[in-house]
Design a protein around this ligand. Structure first.
Ligand code: ADE
Length: 226
C-alpha cells in the first residue's frame, strides 16, 4: 500500500517514520511519504491560507493550494482524484474513524491523507478534492497531523504480515470476531498479585470455557445504547 500524507508540518512525521512497525511495513513493500503542502503553493511568499469569507477568527487553507500540491504529486487534474483513490481530509467534523473504516482504508491500494491546520480547509477541499472527510474524535486538535498518524497506525497494523500472530488483528477490540465490542481482559504471570488472582477459568486449560468467558467479558464491555 502507498500512503501519502500532505501537511504543512512534515517534521511532525520524522519520529513516526522511524518507528519499528512503520519501518517493518516499508520493508514489506509498503510506502509512507510525507508531502510539504507549502512547497508547491502558487501564492507569494509561501502563503497557503487566507481570511474566511463572512468574517470570523482564524485562517482557512485555500483550495487552490491543495489543488496545486495534488496536481504536482499525481500529475492529473485533482478533480479526478477522488474517483481514482481514497483522498481523506482530516477534520473534526468528519466521519468518525473506527475499526471498520480502518479496514476499508487498509483494503485500498493507495491513500492520500490531507492534514488541515488553523480553521481547517476551504470546504471545497472536502467537497471536490476528497473522497472522505474523517475525524478521529469529537475534539479539536491543533491540526490533522496527529489524526493522520492515528489513521496510518491503525491502517498499517491491518496490512497482512504487520502483526506477529495471524489471530492478533482478527480477534481484537471492535473486530467482527468480537461482535464490534472492545477486547476481553488479558492476564499473565504472576497468577496472584497482591491478593488479586487471575480468573480461574484462564488457568483451567478448558479452551471452550476460555472462549466463552472471553466473549462474555467482551460483550460486557460494549457500551450500552441509551
Ligand atoms: N483536525 C483537528 N481536529 C481533528 C480531529 N478531531 N480529527 C481529525 N482531524 C482533526
Amino acid at each position: 500500500m502507498k500512503i501519502d500524507v500532505v501537511t504543512l508540518f512534515p517534521g511532525w512525521f520524522a519520529w513516526f517514520l522511524e518507528q519499528r512497525h512503520v519501518r517493518n511495513a516499508e520493508a514489506r513493500g509498503h510506502r509512507l511519504e510525507v508531502i510539504d503542502l507549502r512547497a508547491t503553493t502558487p501564492l507569494q511568499g509561501g502563503r497557503v491560507d487566507d481570511t474566511p469569507y463572512g468574517g470570523g477568527a482564524g485562517m482557512v487553507i485555500r483550495v487552490d493550494v491543495v489543488e496545486a500540491a495534488l496536481a504536482e504529486r499525481y500529475r492529473c487534474d485533482p478533480l479526478e482524484l477522488p474517483e481514482q483513490r481514497r483522498v481523506v481530509a482530516l477534520a473534526p467534523a468528519g466521519r468518525p474513524f473506527d475499526d471498520a473504516l480502518a479496514s476499508e482504508l487498509a483494503d485500498a491500494p493507495e491513500l492520500t491523507l490531507l492534514c488541515g491546520r488553523y480553521e481547517g480547509f476551504d470546504e471545497r477541499v472536502h467537497e471536490r478534492l476528497s473522497s472522505d472527510v474523517v475525524s478521529v474524535g469529537p475534539y479539536v486538535l491543533s491540526g490533522g497531523e496527529l489524526a493522520a498518524m492515528v489513521v496510518c497506525d491503525a491502517v498499517l497494523r491491518k496490512l497482512p504480515g504487520a502483526l506477529g500472530h495471524a489471530e492478533s488483528a482478527t480477534e481484537e477490540s471492535f473486530s467482527a470476531a468480537l461482535e464490534g465490542a472492545p477486547e476481553y481482559p488479558h492476564y499473565t504471570r504472576p497468577a496472584t498479585w497482591r491478593g488479586t488472582d487471575v480468573p480461574e477459568v484462564l488457568l483451567s486449560g478448558d479452551h471452550g470455557a476460555v472462549r466463552r468467558w472471553r466473549l462474555e467479558r467482551s460483550r460486557a464491555r460494549a457500551p450500552r445504547l441509551p
